[in-house]
Design a protein around this ligand. Structure first.
Ligand SMILES: NC(=O)c1ccc[n+]([C@@H]2O[C@H](COP(=O)([O-])OP(=O)(O)OC[C@H]3O[C@@H](n4cnc5c(N)ncnc54)[C@H](OP(=O)(O)O)[C@@H]3O)[C@@H](O)[C@H]2O)c1
Length: 335
């Protein structure tokens, strides 16, 4: 039985759920992959804890102030880092300061936050390749909805012509409330916040930036597009009125916020915008907190993936799916 050490940077709702699932699955990892998997270090922004023999679930409730930061986490010498800190798509921080040095040391990284992948995705890919480390990103690319795995595994060998998706559950919920209950955007936001279904500041979702970030990561990692955020034309749902929705309804169409990247002769065209979708299009059936991705290829036709909102459990499970991909290669811990 090979000992595998895991560290988690970012111990919020996702990081804690990852730890919980990881403890529950320890026997499964031992049975299926022959590994004794231990959580050796965790941290938030101000506190954390490390133990080379493995932290218990109780230890996670008794974090020690000041035990945090990249040096603290990497000092625990994990084989695998799971990064689940906040997302800043402009700077990539704080994730970048954990992921970059981890990859430099050949530590496999499972990234849940989008920032570092948006701001420095190609640099991180190069670091991973140069150091024989895996860079896995399911949690950052619509999480429980299979997206990057389809591109990297299911469609291997195909040329991807386009990727289009309803990638943000919050905006899709708001659009559904506007269509089905004739709420204004403001009323829909208040309803969602009243039901604790939305962050207090939903602007990144509403203005399309969360969709743009996921689209960009999928394009760069799944189509080798090398786009930056400035290359994506982003319009959110903030200017959509009930009058426009009524006009589209009269034409048998419903609004959906769609992120789309299309391969062209001289590069890629990437947009995020609210579009009228015909009632007989699959995307018209994707309502509420459901997400969807449609991929068009040269030789495998059109593939569609549809799934419910990720929430903490689905996102944590997506990160641990990445962990199992790494374990299944049976190279982890051999260095
Ligand atoms: N929630 C979802 O369903 C979902 C789905 C897909 C992706 N994501 C992404 O997953 C990430 C985590 O989401 P979440 O819902 O778990 O957020 P969260 O509850 O706000 O947790 C964020 C965690 O990051 C920690 N943190 C902040 N600065 C840090 C630093 N410099 N070093 C280490 N840790 C730091 C925070 O520590 P403190 O507690 O000390 O502030 C907190 O523990 C985000 O990037 C989000 O976009 C979330």
């Amino acid at each position: 039985v090979k000992r595998i050490n895991v560290a988690i940077a970012g111990l919020g709702s996702i990081g804690r759920k990852v730890a919980e699932l990881l403890y529950a699955r320890q026997e499964h990892y031992a049975r299926s992959y022959g590994v004794d998997l231990r959580l050796v270090a965790v941290c938030g922004s101000r506190a954390g804890r490390a133990d080379s023999q493995g932290l218990s679930a109780t230890d996670l409730e008794q974090l020690l102030p000041g035990q945090c930061g990249p040096d603290f986490i990497l000092g625990a010498e994990p084989h695998i880092l799971i990064e689940a800190g906040p997302t800043d798509i402009r700077t990539g921080q704080p994730g970048l300061d954990y992921i970059g040095p981890a990859l430099d040391r050949g530590i496999h990284c499972i990234v849940v936050s989008k920032g570092a992948l948006v701001a420095a995705g190609s640099r991180l890919r190069e670091k991973a390749a140069a150091n024989g480390a895996r860079l896995k990103i399911s949690g950052a690319t619509a999480a429980a909805l299979p997206t990057i795995d389809i591109l990297e595994h299911g469609l291997l060998g195909c040329e991807i012509h386009s990727i289009e998706g309803i990638l943000n559950a919050t905006t899709n919920y708001l659009l559904s409330a506007m269509v089905e209950d004739r709420l204004s955007l403001q009323e829909a936001v208040l309803r969602a916040q009243g039901r604790s279904m939305m962050e207090s500041d939903p602007s990144k979702d509403i203005e399309g930036w969360d969709t743009a970030a996921k689209l960009l990561i999928l394009a760069n990692f799944g189509m080798a597009a090398e786009l930056s955020l400035a290359d994506v034309a982003v319009e959110g749902i903030q200017h959509l009125t009930l009058e426009t929705i009524d006009d589209w309804r009269a034409q048998g169409k419903v609004p959906r916020l769609i992120g789309r990247v299309t391969r062209q002769d001289n590069g890629f065209l990437a947009t995020v915008r609210v579009e009228p979708v015909a009632a007989d299009d699959v995307f018209a059936l994707v309502s509420g907190k459901t997400k969807a991705l449609r991929i068009k290829t040269d030789v495998m036709g059109e593939i569609i993936s549809i799934g419910t909102a990720s929430e903490p459990t689905g996102t944590a499970a997506a990160a641990l799916k990445d962990l199992e991909h790494i374990l299944s290669e049976r190279t982890v811990g051999t260095r």
